[in-house]
Ligand binder design. Structure first.
Ligand code: ADP
Ligand code: MG
Length: 395
């Protein structure tokens, strides 16, 4: 077995504390990797990476959630590391190095109040907090920080790529972008083609956001996700016969799909139809929110869920049950599954005065129907991650 040096804490420096939030996507699901539109908020739960610079190239990690430690060198291949969660951090370091940031060792404690695998993007919270910490540790060590780091979206793209190289999950830009660029009290309509953003207020006196974690974790989630991506690529390739030059399914609208969809087998037609209709719904939802039409916003959420259930086939009975229960409750504008699907969470928008009641109803009714316990809570639209020094903490 390979022997690793101990990561020696720097004798002088205090820890760098980097924090990145989880997110909940209000609408716009499975559109980000099709260069489409998404409308997420960052939430008031997240992941904190407290890092102490070390004097060598060893990285020592402790995950409180897993009660485990991991140890590797900054230039180790991320894809083979154990335990697997260490690959997220190693993936970030490898992509940062590839983009010209000098590799520096550190020792870090990882703490989170997000559910892992619950559809609230604990993975991007981890990659983004790790990236922020690693950059700051390098900066403190006197490294020249490449100027591209200031460009919006660049660090988010590195975190997205880290998940791909380290875990083989071909995720989109939405999760890390939200963790790094969200604003408190606002949803962000992100155009995943050019990363242009429109912030739309989500006023706390008008609407509360309730997230219900179904507790279901399907092992096929990563495989199913990659399969859907593959199907979108295949649909695009078939539509791009002679004459057509679509860059992504985002370039298609409803009338083009009606005219050209005949060329697709039924399954691919349904996948493409979800992407096309979801992009239209997401833009309309942002407009509805901007003009305070929450009733319309809610109906679009329900249509989104139906499309994900029937056309994209990424929901599951437990998520459907949570949506059904929410839609019967008082004061609810809309409800849908959120995140990649195959388990995970739902998001519901509700009048603030009815939020507490909805939380209780979802928990009790879901257990009665499925025998499972859902973790249900109100989340608040929160700001982006960041980094601070913590002189009080001990290394
Ligand atoms: P989601 O992003 O919806 O939570 P993912 O499957 O994409 O679900 O990411 C969950 C994975 O991220 C976990 O299985 C684990 O490997 C990793 N992870 C997230 N947070 C932590 C943490 N605090 N400590 C260790 N690993 C974590
Ligand atoms: Mg994730």
């Amino acid at each position: 077995m390979r022997r690793f040096p101990k990561a020696r804490p720097h004798p002088v420096l205090s820890p760098v504390v980097a924090r990145a939030p989880g997110r909940v996507n209000l609408i716009g699901e499975h559109t980000d990797y099709n260069e489409g539109f998404v409308l997420p908020i960052a939430i008031d739960r997240g992941t904190e990476v407290s890092a102490w610079p070390s004097e060598d190239d060893a990285v020592l990690l402790e995950s409180v959630a897993y009660g485990e430690t991991a140890r590797f060198r900054v230039d180790d291949d991320p894809a083979t590391l154990q335990p697997p969660w260490a690959r997220y951090v190693a993936g970030v370091l490898s992509r940062l190095r590839r983009n010209g940031l000098p590799a520096v060792g550190f020792r870090a404690k990882i703490d989170t109040d997000l559910p892992l695998g619950g559809g609230l993007s604990s993975s991007a919270a981890l990659t983004c907090a790790s990236a922020l910490a690693a950059v700051e540790v390098a900066r403190l060590g006197g490294a020249a920080i490449p100027p591209w780091l200031e460009e919006p979206g660049r660090l988010a793209a590195i975190c997205r790529d880290a998940e791909r190289v380290a875990l083989g999950v071909r995720c989109g830009i939405m999760d890390p972008y939200t963790a790094l660029h969200a604003r408190s009290g606002q949803a962000l309509l992100l155009d995943c083609r050019d990363l242009s953003v429109r912030f739309v207020p989500l006023p706390a006196d008008r609407v509360s956001v309730v997230v219900a974690d179904s507790g279901v974790r399907h092992s096929l989630a990563a495989g199913g996700y990659n399969e859907r991506r593959g199907e979108c690529e295949e649909a695009l390739a078939r539509l791009n016969g002679p004459g057509a030059r679509l860059r992504s399914l985002r370039d298609l609208d409803a009338s083009a799909l009606a005219a050209e969809g005949k060329r697709l087998p039924p399954t691919l037609l349904r996948r493409a139809r979800h992407v096309v209709t979801e992009n239209a719904r997401t833009q309309e939802a942002a407009d509805s929110l901007a003009r305070d039409d929450l009733a319309r916003f809610g109906r679009l959420m329900v249509e989104s869920h139906e499309s994900l259930r029937k056309d994209y086939e990424v929901s599951c009975p437990e998520l459907d049950a949570l949506v059904e229960i929410a839609l019967r409750a008082r004061g609810v504008f809309g409800s849908r599954m959120t995140g990649g699907g195959f388990g995970g969470s739902t998001v519901s928008l509700v009048e603030p005065g009815s939020a507490k009641r909805l939380v209780e109803t979802l928990a009790t009714e879901y257990e009665r129907r499925t025998g499972r316990k859902a973790e249900v809570r109100v989340v608040r639209p929160s700001g982006a991650g960041g980094v601070r020094r913590d002189p009080a903490a001990q290394g």
